[in-house]
Structures are given as C-alpha cells and as structure tokens.
Ligand binder design. Structure first.
Ligand code: NI
Length: 178
C-alpha cells in the first residue's frame, strides 16, 4: 500500500466531474481503494474521494462513525463506487467541516440531515443505505467531490469560513452553528 499525494484547492482535478467505473472487480480499483484508505488514515481524515488523490473516477471511501460500528475496537471503512443519492430529507443542518484538500481550514456547511444512497462495493455488489447525522454529512461531502463540488461552495454563511485556529478562537461555541 502507499500513501498518495493529496490534490489541493486550486487543482483542476477537484473541480471536474469524475468518470464512472465501468467494470468490477478491477485490481486497479482495489489497489486504489487500499491506497486511499492508507492515505486517509495517515492524514486523520474521515472520508476521501478519488479526485483528491488525482484520480478522476467515481470512487469514495468513508469511515463508519463509532456509534454505527459493530466492533468498537476496530476502524470500519466503507468504499463506494459510482454512488448515487436516491432521496434527501429536510431539515437542512449546518455543521463545521474540513477537507484534506483545503488543509487547516473549517467552514460551516449546509447538508441534508437524512439521505438514502446506493453504490457498488469493490466486487461490484450493490450497497443501499439510509444515513443520518455525521454519516449522511460525510457521504454528501465525498459525493460532492465526485461532482467537482467543494464544501466552500455550500457554506451556510460566507463569514463562517477560516483557519481552524481562528474559528475555534472566535466562534466561541463552535457548536453554536450560527
Ligand atoms: Ni473533502
């Protein structure tokens, strides 16, 4: 496995729609997912999309939140290929997000509170899930990457964006979300 170089804000690969994966299983996709997993863990991410490692394909991974895991002692990571959002539910919720492609920054981002999504695993098996909370948020963030959309385009408020240190200092209660 290898740690991959992360594309940073301004790189065009982050702003274009990624292409569909047309055949599974594919050893190259499997290797990509393994390398993305190692890269995400190295940089303490909770999700990663292939365009962030300069591969413009519809592949994303996300870390399953602790409260949804079966086994508390392990890290569970799910890979999704060619994902789609089937249904979104209001209310819209605002919460702080960061991104490995926009290091040291945080923004307050609008997301649907609940979604139903589908996709394929690395063997080509169908996955369909309903997600809420942080799981729904991570999915929407990574799904956006596959469509060339960054969280900074979805800020709840133009002023609610800045360096991590300053946000933590001046947005007194970071959970206030206003
Ligand atoms: Ni991101």
């Amino acid at each position: 496995m290898s740690i991959l170089k992360i594309a940073k804000l301004g790189h065009p690969v982050l702003q274009k729609k990624a292409s569909l994966v047309d055949k599974l299983p594919d050893p190259n996709i499997k290797k990509l997912i393994q390398d993305m997993t190692e890269t995400m863990l190295e940089y303490n991410g909770i999700g990663l999309a292939a365009p962030q490692v300069h591969v413009s394909k519809q592949v994303m991974i996300l870390r399953i939140p602790d409260e949804e895991k079966k086994d508390n002692n392990s890290i569970e990571i799910m890979a999704l290929i060619n994902p789609k959002i089937l249904k979104t539910f209001e209310p819209i919720e605002n919460d702080w997000e960061g991104c490995l492609s926009i290091p040291h920054m945080l923004g307050l981002v609008k997301r649907f509170s609940r979604i139903i999504y589908e996709g394929l695993d690395m063997n080509g098996n169908a996955i369909k899930k309903e997600a809420t909370g942080i799981h729904a948020r991570i999915f929407q963030h990574e799904f956006d990457h596959l469509n060339g959309i960054l969280y900074i385009y979805r800020l709840a408020n133009n002023k609610a964006f800045g360096f991590e240190n300053e946000i933590k200092k001046y947005w007194k209660d970071i959970n206030e979300k206003e």
